[in-house]
Design a protein around this ligand. Sequence first.
Ligand code: 6PG
Length: 239
Amino acid sequence: MTRMIEVLPDKATLIQRSLQLVLDKLEVAIAERGLFTIALAGGSTPKPLYEAIAAQNLPWDKIHVFWGDERYVPPNHPDSNEGMARQAWLNNVPIPEANIHPMPTDAADPAIAAQQHEQQIRDFFQVESGEIPALDVVLLGMGDDAHTASLFPHTAALQVRDRLVTVGSKDGQPRITFTVPLINQARCVIFVVAGASKQAALAQVFAPHADEQTYPSRLILPQGELWWLLDQAAGEKLG
Ligand code: 6PG
């Protein structure tokens, strides 16, 4: 793993840098493998990034979109990560619907939805059980409590090593989330983090020693590249 940390002067520059990095990875992936696979983050920070991607002229038929986590609500719900990305990006470009791979949220039991999505990922990447596919890019945000995707502090989802997708929990509400092994198999993980409210969590995530169950973003150590793109407000106290 190679870890890169960049502190950008403001939010607009953070978004521009994130866009450039995604486009660089997209170009290489399509040149080398003929397609680009990306998992999106929820939260508020990446929305302008999705709008900026939508404004590009890209080979949309070669781009496959997944989500690193999803709230357990239908796609038209205001909390839906899929809904946000469709509005900001996917509805506005000619990407084939078959290239969009949302997490199901309509099973009676979220555990069933997680299993269904794991199978969808296995089928798409053509990996057997026991194997873990490598996405080209996994975009992540980080909460003030150092959670990422829906890997919240001291929850069972943090321990899951034998699945690709599992059920997360935020304040007792179920979510669907990529597991640590699936995220860590990525060729490139990009955290996009903005705002002063993230400073304390970042200090713990970058500390030489701290508890991974308390600061789950510490568990993200991909086999490929790890990028932390921060705006000045988030990154200014870092040594
Ligand atoms: C989600 C996210 C989550 C998010 C962080 C940061 O679905 O809630 O994927 O992990 O990235 O909570 O959110 P902000 O960008 O709003 O700070």
